[in-house]
Ligand binder design. Structure first.
Ligand SMILES: NC(=O)c1ccc[n+]([C@@H]2O[C@H](COP(=O)([O-])OP(=O)(O)OC[C@H]3O[C@@H](n4cnc5c(N)ncnc54)[C@H](O)[C@@H]3O)[C@@H](O)[C@H]2O)c1
Ligand SMILES: [Zn+2]
Ligand SMILES: [Zn+2]
Length: 395
């Protein structure tokens, strides 16, 4: 196999990650059972995500010692005896969800909540707390189970390598932004508000645009990220300017209301004062979304938050104005994105030059060994999406 030098990004406790030697991947699942439906990948690109930051900031129950990384694109270098549709040399996108392809949820393409890959709860992922113990892919090599079901093979190797900075976004943020937009009911002519100008917010904004939205507003406090969003053609909403989001939306579209709203912030949301208020985005969305409108919530919410300021929030309980949403007959859609539902179409949009997602999220390539700096810059709110390049193959 030629692997004897695996390295990976290890979570070492709040605020600290380090690249270290890690075990080579093997054909075994987290329970130690031998599996033949897996492949071993040489990782060509693997991105740092806002979801990783929740763990690295100590805002989850992630244990120290975990290998991080769920946004993986790679080349198959070895395959198990049950893998029928893929071959060594194929370049593939790995959905961040680990899914079995066999359970009721997978058969309905609800792959974000596969029932068999995580004994603790529904849903599996690579390198993520509470998601089944699958080893993460911010590494040189990684094992992917149920390969025939999970992997998306790129049609042409040279084309894939030439567009890898865009294609790397298919493992999570592009499908996640798109899922948010679909679940928010975005279509031709929609007035849309996206909370959060991070990579997921920008991916949601780009998705809303490709789905035909008439206006795409993106709100944040981070000036650098707002400037970048404006350059990409979205209407920036500077939340530090005003405490009434509705009034700022009215300045853009004439009424304090949108058809579709997407939460690309999650539970570490900040209120106007700068203080954390985990329910602020959800409450704002119910306020500004029209009656019978839809709210897509890719932003992550947790069942336990050791770093929460309020006691209830430590157990994942939020002060939600639920009656407001109920009285407006709104629909709210939550959960891990089922990446498989969208990644093939989005791949085609990239390959045919319809969706320049790397530019939109400002992809920045860094070596795997510099992962700690990438985490620090991203945490500081730099307007970029960091892509780790473990083998130095991205130009
Ligand atoms: N559902 C899924 O499958 C899925 C997949 C990927 C990421 N996520 C989640 O999506 C969220 C965003 O990810 P990201 O990588 O863009 O993270 P990020 O941390 O880079 O971006 C979040 C942005 O929200 C801004 N923000 C804070 N409070 C705000 C408020 N009240 N209104 C508007 N903006 C506010 C921050 O300034 C920041 O720029 C995270 O919670 C992440 O865990 C979910
Ligand atoms: Zn991610
Ligand atoms: Zn399943």
């Amino acid at each position: 196999m030629g692997i004897n030098s695996n390295r990976g990004v290890i979570y070492q406790g709040p605020g600290k990650v380090e690249v270290q030697d890690i075990a080579d991947p093997t054909f075994t699942n987290p329970a130690g059972k031998k599996i033949d439906h897996a492949v071993i990948l040489k990782v060509l690109s693997t991105n740092i995500c806002g979801s990783d930051q929740h763990m690295v900031r100590g805002r989850t129950t992630a244990p120290a010692g975990m290998v991080l990384g769920h946004e993986i694109t790679g080349e198959i270098i070895e395959k198990g005896s049950d893998v029928e549709m893929l071959n060594v040399g194929d370049i593939v996108s790995v959905p961040f969800n680990v899914a079995c392809g066999r359970c009721r949820c997978c058969r309905e393409l609800d792959t974000g909540v596969c029932l068999t890959v995580n004994p603790a709860r529904a849903g599996g992922a690579f390198g993520y707390v509470d998601m089944g113990g699958w080893v993460g892919g911010q590494a040189k090599y990684v094992m992917v189970p149920y390969a025939d079901f999970n992997l998306l093979k790129f049609p042409d190797r040279d084309q894939a390598l030439s567009k890898i900075l865009d294609l790397t976004m298919l493992s999570d943020i592009l499908p996640t932004g798109f899922h948010g937009a679909i679940k928010a009911g975005v279509g031709v002519g929609s007035i849309t508000y996206v909370a959060g100008a991070g990579p997921v917010g920008l991916a949601a904004a780009a998705s809303a645009q490709i789905l035909g939205a008439a206006v795409v507003m993106v709100g944040d406090f981070n000036k650098e990220r707002l400037n970048h969003a404006a350059k990409m053609g979205f209407v920036p909403i500077d939340l530090s300017q005003h405490d009434r989001l509705g009034e700022m939306i009215a300045q853009v579209v004439g009424v304090p209301e949108v058809d579709s709203a997407i939460d690309a912030v999650g539970f570490e949301a900040r209120g106007h004062s700068g203080k954390e208020q985990p329910a602020v985005v959800l409450n704002q969305m119910m306020e500004i979304t029209r009656v019978a409108g839809n709210i897509g919530i890719p932003g992550l919410y947790v069942t336990a938050d050791p770093g929460a300021q309020e006691k209830a929030a430590k157990e994942g309980s939020l002060s939600l104005k639920f009656g407001l949403g109920w009285s407006k007959a709104q629909s709210l859609h939550t959960g891990q994105t089922p990446v498989l539902r969208y990644n093939r179409q989005l791949m085609n949009a990239i390959l045919h030059d319809r969706l320049p997602i790397a530019k939109i999220v400002n992809a920045k390539v860094i070596p795997l060994e510099e992962a700690a700096q990438g985490y620090a810059h991203f945490d500081a709110g730099v307007a970029a999406k960091y892509v780790l390049d473990p083998h130095g193959v991205i130009g």
